[in-house]
Design a protein around this ligand. Sequence first.
Ligand code: SF4
Ligand code: SF4
Length: 478
Amino acid sequence: MNETIIEGPLYEARKKVYPQAVHGRFRRIKWAILIFALAVYYLLPFVRWNRGLGFPSQAVLVDFPHRRFYFFFIELWPQEVYYFTGLLIIAAMTLFLMNAVAGRVWCGYLCPQTVWTDLFYAVERFVEGDRRQRIISDQRGWTFTHIRQAATKHFIWIMIAWWTGGAWVLYFADAPTLVKDLATFQAPFIAYLWIAILTATTYVFAGHAREQVCIYMCPWPRIQAALTDEWALNVTYRVDRGEPRVSVKKAEQLRQHGAPAGDCIDCHQCINVCPTGVDIRNGIQLGCIQCGLCIDACDTIMSEIGRPSGLIAYDTDINGQRRLAGKPPVYRLIRARTILYAGIITLVGSVMLYALATRTSLSINVLHDRNPLFVQLSDGGVRNSYTVRILNKGPERAFALNVSGLIDADLHIAGTERGPDGRLTVDVGQDQTREIRLSVQVESANVPQRPVDIEIKVTDVVTGQTAGVADHFVPPNQ
Ligand code: SF4
Ligand code: SF4
């Protein structure tokens, strides 16, 4: 059997995209989101939050040295990492929900790659002109004007990238102090390193790789292709309205004679404004990030030629088929998958809120010594030892230790004496963890016959706040 081998390149060479400026509803929404997202990102580290003396006053702070995460009134400890799991579940389900309702709305409006690329395109347009001027400039080659414009553009891009990297590190230390340290070259080396890495990645991804990130690097388009269904709203070219494509003049003539004429005049404006260079008239494609800019472009053309807007619009696959069959469109936002995603978000969010609302500023962990499990004393008494860790999420305070479940248990803490009031107390610093060695001893007459459950408890000597944990006391021969 003869096999035909088709030789050719393994991938298509990149065609440079020159997106044209566009005005309209979706462009305004994108500008609003861009300004809001960038303002939050660059300014949030400077927002202050009063947590009291000795606590950091930065509203959002990842405090690695003290192993804490601060988010306004919330302070998370490493032991509470499950909150991040909850946040990840909510984030994933929100993405799935967005996808089920409106396709790649995340890609088109909210993804950092989209936001920064949009900003870099705005700079490019401001410095080098709109699509036509940029194409002509590239065709002319390296003229003096082209070199000057390119140098200006890359300088502004690098400044934006540098600010992006600079803002990132401010989330990991007190922002005003770090800014001062960075300016006087007294900041830690790791801060400069991260700024350099993020400056480089922002510059490369938003300035050069651009749509290539969405098409080749990001896994989300592939995942969303598996998640979407025929009821999801996607940017859609309405074939029933658009075809056959003819010029305005020809369309008028055809309509006068009662012949079919589509609304698409093949002006290519929808392609010209597309940041990924997609022709949406060929159907939904991997390269389409669902930004809606082609809708704005086409609506402008429709209004200029006196045809109804919406030749390109957010619509569903089902409606595409229904329109072709002459049926009215139907929309179904509430369906099994949207209910499921919304339900999971509500459930996980509620559990997290409840856990946050009822979390305590004090907790203890106890580890019973394994080797030896007990110590038989010469007078017949028995001693068990424990490692007790007290987590104090409040101000510095003293805690009294008690053990219940044993008769006349005698407690000892290594390096600590009983106070004048006879209580065994330990001081734990503000927002600190303290580990102590606790010995629990009972006289021979009170040694239990078998292991017994006990509760080890700490009590704030001023407020009376308590935290306890169950463990056991092990006698000999068990
Ligand atoms: S902008 Fe509208 S009219 Fe122009 S080519 Fe695209 S779909 Fe057709
Ligand atoms: S085809 Fe339209 S919606 Fe898709 S990326 Fe291009 S401009 Fe945005």
